[in-house]
Design a protein around this ligand. Sequence first.
Ligand SMILES: Cc1cc2nc3c(=O)[nH]c(=O)nc-3n(C[C@H](O)[C@H](O)[C@H](O)COP(=O)(O)OP(=O)(O)OC[C@H]3O[C@@H](n4cnc5c(N)ncnc54)[C@H](O)[C@@H]3O)c2cc1C
Length: 456
Amino acid sequence: MPNVAIIGAGQAGLLVAHDLVRNGFDVTLFSDKTPGDFLTKARPTGTAARFNMSLDYERELGLNFWEDDAPKGEGIHLTFSPDVGNRLLTLCGRLTNYFHAIDLRLQSARWMEELEKRGGKVVIEVVTVDRLDQIAADHDLTIVAAGRGDIHKLFERDEARSHYTKPQRKLAMFNTNGQAMGFEGIDYLPVKFNFYAKAGEAFWVPWYHKDKGKSWSMLFEAKEGGPLDKFDGVTDGEQGVEVAKQVVKEVAPWDYEWCKDMQLLDENSWLVGRFTPEVRKPYATLPSGRTVLSVGDTAMSLDPIGGQGANNGNKMARNLAKSIIARGDGPFDAAWAAETFEAFWQRHNLINKFNNTLLEPITNPGKALLIAQYGSTGRAGDRSGAQKIANLFCDNFDDPATLTEAFYDMKKAKAVIAEATGKPAWKADLAGKLAIAKGQILQKLGRNPHHPGTVM
Ligand SMILES: Cc1cc2nc3c(=O)[nH]c(=O)nc-3n(C[C@H](O)[C@H](O)[C@H](O)COP(=O)(O)OP(=O)(O)OC[C@H]3O[C@@H](n4cnc5c(N)ncnc54)[C@H](O)[C@@H]3O)c2cc1C
């Protein structure tokens, strides 16, 4: 069997490593961190909420060690505000299957140990470009899964598939506990999404911390200069959490009471930064002329807005492992690498499109869907058309092929609405608009707009 080197012990590299070991390949994983380093010194590279298609791959590989203990995210509660202070509508949707967001440090540590138990080799080393060339010489196939670590720059940007040349949001993530595992007025455990057309987004994700278990990952996606853009001067996580509380108080006062006592889970459990969403070429040629492949964030970086980066990496890892196994003894050349990525892209390019959709102003078909779903409650017994549309919106995070095209095509959006409601789309549009107008009037009068899934 060919011998394979994988650089990077994040989730993308480890998934490929496990799948190849399971299929009899001789695998060596190079990691800049030991399992102990992950647990005591590292930052989580993201929240990494993963939906069912991704989780299924982890289950298939026997890596779902936290299935029973981690909080089960059951859907999304979204509040859409044209501007801070004006709640226009809510969406209360349920996923067909739950999601998990596991502390990536715990996951990498455990998956590395498990890889060795199952016959893989683990080498602790920071791999430089020179060293990568030596590793490539010693292996039949070398895969770079180093996230956005410096070495990713070996892989050329794919201009045709990359939409952005600069970061779209300023990001801040604080992982905390002290909040209840749920919200008043909502009878399922959701991601709480607050969308502001002008300011950016803020969302809270049920999370599983390496030591403290059930908890929350609080994420801020700030547009420059707006009310969410408050984290520039943050130099430690506790200070960041205090700033986060003030931001929530200002932009999402309905969630302030819920999170006012939250505390950072550990000193490394936070991130502040920005990066450019980008698609890169799936292979690079080293100075020696040898070819190396990319997977996960090394191949594509997605803004966290849609919770898609780790899901994308997971689906890419599955596609890559399948193609390697089918290729058997190789050769693992550039033409095969390009073909392999193309198979992934053909099936999953809507991940990138959906994620970019969320970064941009809402489209007209998107507005029509949001209006038609208004009134969804997320309650277990809600069988309304509005609920069906809200649920489809949630399932689109699992597989963006579900609804993404309808965000760009009014005919498709109307067809989705008509099928869900059993009525012509204009009727759902009118009913949604009337209900939204009522909420706006109540709000103007200083009264509770009674949006579904809210208590104030
Ligand atoms: C704030 C935030 C929130 C997010 N939320 C979500 C979400 O909810 N859902 C979702 O799907 N995605 C989310 N993402 C994206 C997700 O976290 C990433 O896509 C995913 O973790 C990337 O995994 P990876 O294995 O490709 O890379 P990484 O997790 O970065 O792993 C790469 C590993 O390689 C190591 N490495 C780097 N260079 C070298 C080297 N030279 N030698 C050896 N080792 C090296 C790194 O230290 C690291 O351990 C989020 C991202 C951010 C920033």
